[in-house]
Design a protein around this ligand. Structure first.
Ligand SMILES: [Zn+2]
Length: 278
């Protein structure tokens, strides 16, 4: 079916499950996520991030997602992850992307409000959904300072002023972690979920322990971003496969690699409660 925006995936603020956002980097990752979504009968988000755009190009990535999504019967959204300027948002919307995330966390508060509001307007004009971020989910550290975590009063105001459909919040997770050892501030999450009337998003889930991911879903997270963990799965799988099955055809290796990533994605879908929600 044609890919849809985040509203079309069926999860709402009032539900008690979360939809998985899986960063994809090439056709193999796209097919892995769709394979898992079909197996689990789960909706899924194919997320296009800046590193992957640099690697594959914006148009080839978005059109690969759209073509593969059309072949499946589970709801799939194509989403731009961590846009930091309006040009890339415009280009992605012109290519028919279904959803965009604007990361204004490096700007001052007022500039973040102003730019995010503009992104929401651009997205809604195209029938797309928009995600904003308030608070900072850092890269390349082990911990998140209290100051970087989302302030509830600011977040309420930010959601109201910008009109975002989804809001990413900072609860203690960190981007780019290769192993899971982080816990989240669940009390902060409960308070944010109570006060904010849009679904909340967790970034940096690869570093968060499963128990805390499960609790986060119970406490109000409705979209969970997974990136680094899936790269680790493929890299680990291929590094042993290429030695163990040295005579195999490369395409067989890649296909087996897609199965390994699909298995990891399916595990996340079960953890997030999105299985059988398609
Ligand atoms: Zn992120």
């Amino acid at each position: 079916m044609n890919p849809c925006n985040l509203n079309g995936l069926g999860v709402t603020r009032e539900d008690s499950w979360a939809v998985g956002h899986f960063n994809i980097h090439n056709q193999e990752f796209i097919r892995s996520v769709v394979r898992a979504a079909e197996q689990e009968r789960s909706p899924a988000i194919l997320a296009v991030g800046m590193m992957s755009i640099k690697y594959m190009g914006l148009a080839p990535l978005i059109s690969s997602c759209q073509l593969i999504a059309k072949e499946t019967d589970v709801p799939v959204a194509v989403h731009l992850d961590h846009a930091r300027d309006l040009d890339i948002v415009r280009q992605a919307l012109d290519l028919g992307i279904n959803s965009v995330m604007f990361d204004g966390s490096s700007f001052g508060y007022e500039e973040n409000v102003e730019k995010t509001t503009e992104v929401v307007r651009m997205a809604h004009d195209c029938g797309a959904t928009a995600e904003g971020e308030i608070g900072i989910v850092p890269h390349g550290t082990d911990t998140v300072s209290e100051d970087d975590m989302t302030d509830p009063a600011r977040a309420v105001e930010f959601a109201e002023r910008t009109g975002v459909d989804y809001l990413a919040v900072s609860l203690g997770s960190v981007h780019g972690m290769k192993t899971a050892g982080t816990s989240l501030n669940q009390d902060l999450l409960k308070s944010l979920h109570e006060q904010i009337n849009v679904p909340l998003v967790l970034h940096g889930a690869s570093g968060v322990v499963d128990d805390h991911l499960k609790a986060a879903v119970e406490n109000g997270i409705r979209k969970i971003n997974v990136n680094t963990g899936l790269k680790v799965v493929l890299k680990d799988f291929l590094s042993s496969r290429l030695i163990d099955e040295a005579d195999a055809d490369l395409l067989e290796d890649l296909d087996a690699g897609m199965d390994a990533v699909a298995e990891a994605v399916a595990g996340k879908m079960r953890l997030f409660g999105s299985s059988n929600k398609a």
